[in-house]
Design a protein around this ligand. Structure first.
Ligand code: GLU
Length: 242
């Protein structure tokens, strides 16, 4: 079981994401990555090297933002390679995607999606272009497809279509300062407060947030959480507000 870290902060949160991944290294991984919303665009660094090298790469690439997600991967579908490393971006639909259409959705996932082949066929028929062999990429495209101006609603609808195990963290290009998390069969927690009371974090393990916050909300099976600066919103598997 590998790692997820996500953040909506009041400062550049990339060092927090990288440090969080370092704290999750003990779980094992074959690749790692960070994605942020920067100047209105999705940007990412991914690597098959260690998290320390990924950290240097983010600095070299100038990756910085107040909102982002990060991942250590233990490959289940697709070889350990940069193109299969998370975060995954949605691309399309459109014959010219992904070269001319920038992604709108960035997503990390721990677990296994059992109905990924069926979903991939459905999304390919709608014009979505797949750039990896992962089961995860279908979730990014599915969220993109179901998106109608509200990422929380799109993730809620997308997770209802998934069978298997997942912890996910996802953000959308058009909704800055918002990360949505969801879990079923894989762990995910939320951290409240950081350098100020408004910061919010997601992680697969509270240990990832050591030194950042000790106020932890443990998500339950089927929960979906809307993480924003200064607030959060949580629904359970029956879609009732918690
Ligand atoms: N099944 C996904 C993949 O192979 C996620 C693996 C993980 O939990 O890191 O990319």
């Amino acid at each position: 079981m590998c790692g997820i870290v996500g953040a909506v902060g009041s400062r550049n949160i990339v060092p927090v994401l990288v440090e969080g991944l370092k704290r999750l290294e003990y779980r094992g991984y074959d690749s790692c990555g960070v994605a942020v919303l920067q100047d209105g665009q999705l940007r990412r660094s991914r690597s098959t090297q260690r998290v320390a090298e990924l950290g240097q790469q983010t600095e070299h690439d100038g990756i910085a933002s107040t909102v982002g997600i990060a991942h250590t991967r233990w490959a289940t579908h697709g070889v350990p390679a940069v193109h299969n490393a998370h975060p995954h971006f949605s691309h399309g639909p459109g014959a010219d995607a992904p070269t001319t259409k920038p992604g709108r959705v960035a997503l990390v996932h721990n677990g296994i999606i059992e109905n990924h082949e069926e979903l991939r066929r459905e999304l390919q028929a709608k014009g979505y272009v797949f750039l990896s062999q992962t089961d995860t990429e279908v979730i990014a495209h599915l969220v993109d497809h179901l998106y109608d101006g509200d990422l929380f609603a799109a993730v809620k609808a997308a997770t209802a279509r998934l069978t298997g195990a997942y912890a996910i963290a996802v953000f959308h290009r058009d909704e800055p300062q918002r990360v949505i998390g969801a879990r079923q069969g894989s762990p995910l927690i939320m951290g409240v407060g950081g350098v100020d009371a408004s910061e919010r974090f997601l992680a697969s393990d509270a240990m990832a947030l050591a030194g950042v916050t000790d106020q932890i909300v443990y998500l339950e099976e089927g929960d979906v959480v809307d993480v924003q600066l200064g607030k959060y919103w949580l629904i359970d598997k029956a879609h009732k507000t918690v």
